[in-house]
Design a protein around this ligand. Structure first.
Ligand code: CA
Length: 222
C-alpha cells in the first residue's frame, strides 16, 4: 500500500517515512503543499498524512483542492494542539481523521490501518477475500476451494488492487502508476502479460471470479 506524507518538519517527515516503511508501506514524502497536492492528485495513494501549516499551500487548501477534483483518498490530518479551529475546518472540508502532534507511533499506525481498510472483505492483515477467492499476503498466493497457487510480487500487487476495488474499472495507467511507479517504463502490453498470467492462475484454481477487460480502459473483477 502506498502512503503520501505531506509535512514540512523534515525530522518528523523522515521519522514518519521510516516508521511507515518498517510497517511495509511504500511512502512518498513532500515538504510543501504545492508538490504534495500535485502528487496527491494522481489518486494513486491509499492514504495521505497531511500537515496543516505548510509552505506554498496550507493543508486545508490542499484538502479542498483534492476533494474538488474528486480525489477521495483517505486523509489523516496532522495538527498541532493550537490548531483546533483548523482541525474542525479540516474535517468539514473532507478529512477522514486527525491526529494531534505529538502523537505516539502506535496510534498513528492504528489510524492509518483503519483508513486503508479495503472494500474487499479483510479477514485479517494477511488475507483478503472476494467471492471464495482468498489472497494471502504472507505466502504471496491465491486460493479457491482447496486449490492454491503462488503469485509473483507484482502479480500479487495487481490482484490486491483488483480485489480491493471489486466491480470497479481500474484504468491501465492507474495500475501501472501504482505498482511500477510514475516514472516507470512499463508499457501497456506488460500489464497485459501480467493480467494474462493471473487469468491462467485463476482458471487453474477454478475461481468463480474473473478479471474482465474494459476495452480501451482497463480491468475489473467480476
Ligand atoms: Ca508544519
Amino acid at each position: 500500500m502506498k502512503i503520501l506524507v505531506i509535512e514540512d518538519e523534515i525530522q518528523l517527515a523522515d521519522a514518519l517515512s521510516e516508521l511507515l516503511k518498517r510497517s511495509m508501506y511504500s511512502v512518498d514524502v513532500f515538504n510543501n503543499g504545492i508538490d504534495g497536492l500535485d502528487n496527491a492528485l494522481t489518486g494513486i495513494y491509499d492514504c495521505i498524512l497531511l500537515d496543516i501549516m505548510l509552505p506554498g499551500m496550507n493543508g486545508i487548501e490542499v484538502l479542498k483542492n483534492l476533494r474538488t477534483e474528486k480525489i477521495n483518498t483517505p486523509v489523516l490530518l496532522l495538527t498541532a494542539k493550537s490548531e483546533v479551529d483548523d482541525k474542525i475546518n479540516g474535517l468539514d472540508c473532507g478529512a477522514d481523521d486527525y491526529l494531534t502532534k505529538p502523537f505516539v507511533t502506535g496510534e498513528l499506525l492504528a489510524r492509518v490501518r483503519a483508513l486503508t481498510r479495503r472494500k474487499g472483505e479483510i479477514v485479517d492483515e494477511n488475507r483478503l477475500e472476494y467471492h471464495g477467492l482468498e489472497l494471502r499476503k504472507n505466502t504471496c498466493s491465491i486460493s479457491c476451494g482447496g486449490n492454491d497457487v503462488k503469485l509473483s510480487l507484482k502479480e500479487y500487487n495487481v490482484m490486491e488492487m483488483l480485489i480491493a476495488n471489486p466491480g470497479q474499472i481500474l484504468p491501465k495507467e492507474r495500475i501501472i502508476e501504482k505498482i511500477w511507479g510514475c516514472e516507470s517504463d512499463v508499457e501497456y502490453n506488460n500489464i497485459e502479460v501480467y493480467i494474462s498470467f493471473l487469468r491462467k492462475k485463476l482458471t487453474a484454481i477454478a475461481a468463480e471470479v474473473q478479471i474482465k477487460t474494459a476495452r480501451g480502459i482497463g480491468y475489473f473483477m467480476e
